[in-house]
Design a protein around this ligand. Structure first.
Ligand SMILES: Nc1ncnc2c1ncn2[C@@H]1O[C@H](COP(=O)(O)OP(=O)(O)OP(=O)(O)O)[C@@H](O)[C@H]1O
Length: 223
């Protein structure tokens, strides 16, 4: 069956540190898949490999049946939020998105403003990004990931360090994307933050990716 994302036997190490060990993952179109794991467990490295930012030491990645590093270097139409994106501090949110949109020239100002509203940002706000709160920056990061209607969305810790209200807003945005049958991959430190959004949730530890089970929840996530 057709899959939007296929990760096949991927391993990655830096110097002598093994970060990913024979990782396999398949995501169908329209699925929302979550990955939970502790700090430094390899979530971001896996996402960077899926986005073509890092070539894995071993294994293969296919995005919409195209092999990364062979058919394509970077997958097209993939919205990415990994680490808090580097925005231009002295630009407003709108100016930042206009700057990014000018690269692909796929969307106009009206569409950019619509996306800002969708994530709960006022497009007319004159505040520069350097004065944005963390929540506003996260929202702007999500806006840049979805504004060109990319139908595969990769969100690394989108809910990190947000207050409850902003977390609820961000969750609602992901739910909207899910309803539109976007394919979504997302991570969190805490399964409770993402499990209700996900069709499947995986756990990453010591380089291995496994389905998150009740036993793992009890063992690793007792507070
Ligand atoms: N470019 C790199 N060079 C060397 N080591 C790296 C590099 N990128 C990541 N690592 C190491 O790989 C490990 C996994 O990092 P990664 O950023 O994927 O963790 P994470 O699960 O996303 O953690 P966090 O939840 O803290 O963001 C870490 O030990 C990190 O130091």
């Amino acid at each position: 069956m057709y899959k939007d994302i296929v990760v096949k036997n991927v391993s990655q190490s830096f110097s002598r540190q093994t970060v990913l060990s024979n990782v396999n993952l398949e995501v169908e179109k329209g699925e929302t898949v979550g990955i939970v794991g502790a700090n430094g467990s390899g979530k971001s490295v896996l996402f960077k490999i899926i986005c073509g930012f890092i070539a894995p030491k071993q294994g293969e990645v296919y995005i919409r049946n195209q092999k990364l590093g062979k058919d394509i270097d970077f997958p097209a139409q993939v919205g990415v939020f990994i680490d808090t994106p580097g925005f231009i501090d002295l630009y407003t949110g709108l100016q930042n998105l206009q700057f990014l949109a000018a690269i692909n020239k796929k969307i106009d100002d009206q569409q950019i403003k619509k996306t800002m509203e969708q994530v709960g940002l006022n497009a007319n706000l004159k505040t520069k990004v350097k004065d944005y709160s963390l929540g506003m920056k996260q929202k702007l990061g999500i806006a840049q990931a979805i504004m060109e209607h990319q139908n595969i969305i990769i969100l690394d810790e989108p809910f990190n360090a947000l207050d409850y209200r902003t977390y609820q807003d961000m969750k609602a945005i992901v739910k909207q994307l899910k309803e539109k049958a976007y394919t979504i991959l997302l991570t969190s430190h805490n399964y409770e933050d993402i499990e209700e959004l996900c069709d499947r949730t995986y756990f990453i530890d010591e380089g291995k990716l496994t389905l998150l089970t009740e036993e793992i929840k009890e063992r690793y996530f007792q507070r």
